[in-house]
Write a protein of this length. Structure first.
Length: 71
């Protein structure tokens, strides 16, 4: 089973980004999504940004997760 999480990019430097994961800061690779920029929501898997998400969709998913108390 694979698991991915949503994070918001707070800083970009070269091919990596600092991402906020509900208060936890994590450095991730953006080599697969080089157009990712500060403020983008990204889907993360194994330390890589694998998808840039629409802000509205990302916020809805994060809200749903909090409401169901999955995390």
């Amino acid at each position: 089973m694979c698991l991915s999480v949503i994070g918001k990019i707070i800083k970009v430097s070269a091919d990596s980004a600092l991402v906020d994961l509900d208060g936890v800061k994590k450095e991730v690779s953006i080599t697969l999504k080089p157009k990712a920029k500060k403020g983008d929501y990204v889907l993360l898997h194994a330390g890589f940004a694998i998808e840039i998400m629409q802000s509205k969709e990302a916020k809805k998913v994060l809200k749903d997760i909090k409401e169901t108390k999955i995390l």
